[in-house]
Design a protein around this ligand. Structure first.
Ligand code: PEP
Ligand code: MN
Length: 321
């Protein structure tokens, strides 16, 4: 998934949307409601930004992911977006987590900058508990001591999360590094480490960006990165899906993916051997299935309460690079 940090104008949004669609992204991402450190900084275009995103989606055919910060805005954002983002600052905004858990669109949950993996999984559990099974976990870097990068991108979180939860895991190397020049290498590393998708900030003219311009890729660099990821994918046993391939994978879903509403997730990276029909090479664990003894987030609570563990509903789900 890719796009500008913030929706700033129709022209800039459409330019970025056209570019990421042309390069093969599966989702358009852009912020209409922006969580900014300073109240004096650009806060986003709000509902006008949502309607521009909807227009960009119609224009490109890409579903939209955008952030919701306030419980009162959930219905409006859900009307315009295919996926609702809960940003790192709101990872433990429990009323917001519950509210997005009560609506039907998938939720992209970003790890808090100082949150442990346990805390991220428990935050996801708030959404799941309300009945929404479609949660995407996002590693976006944690606070470190070294200003060389904006955050410390915790790539080790990928295998840890994959071991401990059936939920898909994506990585945001844009916020994770804060510098466009480090984004491609961290994107490749995330794919090799097992991420199910990537969140990449792309701006038509990063020098003009009202926020996060330093970390935004130009359309040209993004297109090169996409080519690069397609070349790398087979070398590390991954397949990058198109929107159409992901749709057909959903249509032919095996019983082990039950419980996941059709059409929930667009394109992305599929690990090789984790075929859409659920066939697996001998000896390989299905992606998202847990080694013996480990349970998905919340399963122990469910078992303690005498309930069945939550089904592994995401084990071949895919998201866009
Ligand atoms: C964003 O995705 O644009 C954003 C603000 O990210 P985070 O919540 O990870 O800081
Ligand atoms: Mn941003």
């Amino acid at each position: 998934m890719a796009g500008p940090c913030a929706v700033e104008s129709r022209e800039l949004l459409f330019a970025a949307a056209d570019a990421v669609a042309g390069a093969g992204a599966g989702l358009l991402r852009g912020g209409a409601f922006k969580p900014r450190t300073s109240p004096k900084s650009f806060q986003g275009l709000g509902s006008e930004g949502l309607s521009l995103l909807a227009q960009a989606s119609q224009r490109t055919g890409l579903p939209v992911v955008t952030e919701v910060m306030d419980t009162r805005d959930v219905p409006l954002v859900a009307e315009h977006a295919a996926v609702l983002q809960v940003g790192s600052r709101n990872m433990q905004n429990f009323p917001l987590l519950r509210e997005v858990g009560r609506q039907s669109k998938p939720v992209l949950l970003k790890r808090g900058a100082a949150a442990t993996i346990d805390e991220l999984l428990l935050a996801a559990e708030y959404i799941l508990q309300e009945g929404n099974p479609n949660v995407i976990l996002c590693e976006r870097g944690v606070r470190g001591f070294d200003p060389s990068t904006r955050y410390v991108l915790d790539l080790a979180a990928i295998p840890v999360l994959r071991e401990r939860s059936p939920l898909p895991v994506i990585v945001d190397p844009s916020h994770g590094t804060g510098h466009a020049r480090y984004v491609p290498s961290m994107a490749r590393a995330a794919m090799v480490a097992g991420a199910d998708g990537l969140l990449i900030e792309v701006h038509a003219n990063p020098a003009l960006a009202k926020c996060d311009g330093h970390q935004a890729l130009t359309p040209e660099i993004f297109a090169k990165l996409m080519v690069n990821l397609h070349e790398l994918a087979p070398l590390c046993g991954r397949v990058i899906c198109s929107v159409a391939a992901a749709d057909s994978a959903r249509a032919t879903r095996s019983p082990r993916t039950n419980g996941n509403p059709a059409g929930s997730f667009p394109a992305g990276i599929l690990p090789d051997g984790n075929l859409p029909d659920g066939n697996l090479p001998d000896g390989n664990l299905p992606d998202g299935n847990l080694p013996a003894g480990n349970l998905p987030a919340g399963s122990q609570d469910r078992l303690d309460a005498g309930q069945a563990p939550r089904p592994n509903s995401f084990d071949d789900e895919v998201i866009a690079p």
